[in-house]
Design a protein around this ligand. Structure first.
Ligand code: MG
Length: 265
C-alpha cells in the first residue's frame, strides 16, 4: 500500500514539474528581454591577419615605407631618422620625432627593437620612450608630456619607476616583460587623455593601460600629471596633442621601430 502511494505521487509530480519549468522559463525569457539592448550597433571593424596587424579603421603611423606621418622639431625639415628594410631607426643627433596629427583618446600599437650589440647600463641602455601626448620642449631641451618608458631592462636594473613599461617616475610596471636585445617587442596601449575645465583646472585625469609583449604592465593607471625627470608631476591645460618618440641623449646604440598604428577612441 505504502509503495503504491509513493509511486502514484511521484507519477503525479513529474508532469507538474515539467509544466512548472516550462512556465517559469517563458516568464524568465520575458524578464530577460527587458534588459536586452539593440542600439547603438557597434561599427564593423575588420581585424588584421594577426593581432599585431592594423585593423581596417587604423590610422597608419609607420608601415615601413616612409616617415610622412612624422616631423622633427622643425616641421619643415625631414626627421633625420633613417628608414631601411621596413624599419626606422632613431638618429640621436637629429632628436625625437613627433606625429603631424594630434590625438585625444586612442588605442596604439607599436613595435621596437633594442639592437643586439646594445651597450651601457641603467638608464643609459636602449633608452627611448613614447610620449602619449607630447607638449613640446621646455628650455628647448626637456620633452614635456606623458612618457611610457622604453629601455633595455633585460638583465639591466634601474629605478623601478623608470624601467620599461613604467609611466615614467609615476607608476612601476606590474611586470618586467622584456625580450632580449635583438628581438622585436610590442607595446599595445590604451590612452585616455586628461580633460580640463575652462579655467585650466583639471576636470578628469589621464588613464593608461599598457600591454608589453602580451603582458599587462599598466592596468588603467591614473596619471598624476606630466612625467618629469626632475620634480613632482603636475597637470597644465592642453587639448589634442601629437605622439612623440624619444631620441634619448645617452651614448648607447640607437633602437629601431616598425609597425605603428592607432585607432582613435
Ligand atoms: Mg625614456
Amino acid at each position: 500500500m505504502k509503495i503504491c502511494i509513493v509511486l502514484s505521487s511521484v507519477l503525479l509530480f513529474i508532469p507538474n514539474l515539467v509544466n512548472a519549468q516550462q512556465l517559469n522559463f517563458r516568464e524568465l525569457q520575458k524578464q530577460s528581454e527587458k534588459t536586452e539592448v539593440y542600439e547603438p550597433v557597434p561599427p564593423v571593424v575588420t581585424p588584421g591577419n594577426t593581432p599585431a596587424a592594423p585593423p581596417s579603421d587604423a590610422i597608419i603611423l609607420f608601415n615601413g615605407e616612409n616617415l610622412e606621418a612624422w616631423m622633427g622639431d622643425d616641421p619643415s625639415k625631414p626627421t633625420g631618422w633613417k628608414v631601411e628594410n621596413g624599419v626606422m631607426t632613431v638618429d640621436k643627433s637629429a632628436g625625437g620625432i613627433t606625429t603631424r596629427q594630434k590625438f585625444t583618446d586612442y588605442q596604439l600599437h607599436l613595435e621596437y627593437k633594442i639592437p643586439e650589440n646594445i651597450s651601457g647600463e641603467g638608464q643609459a641602455r636602449g633608452n627611448s620612450g613614447i610620449f602619449l601626448a607630447y607638449l613640446g620642449k621646455k628650455d628647448n631641451i626637456f620633452e614635456e608630456g606623458y612618457e611610457i618608458q622604453i629601455l633595455d631592462n633585460y638583465n639591466n636594473a634601474t629605478y623601478v619607476n623608470g624601467q620599461v613599461g613604467a609611466v615614467y617616475k609615476q607608476a612601476i610596471p606590474l611586470a618586467n616583460a622584456c625580450r632580449k636585445p635583438g628581438d622585436w617587442q610590442t607595446y599595445d596601449i590604451v590612452w585616455k587623455a586628461p580633460r580640463f575645465k575652462e579655467d585650466g583646472s583639471l576636470n578628469s585625469p589621464a588613464y593608461v593601460t599598457v600591454i608589453h609583449n602580451g603582458v599587462l604592465v599598466q592596468n588603467h593607471t591614473e596619471l598624476k600629471g606630466q612625467t618629469l625627470w626632475v620634480g613632482e608631476p603636475f597637470y597644465a591645460k592642453h587639448g589634442a596633442a601629437p605622439i612623440h618618440l624619444q631620441a634619448h641623449g645617452d651614448p648607447s646604440e640607437p633602437i629601431s621601430f616598425r609597425n605603428i598604428w592607432l585607432r582613435p577612441l
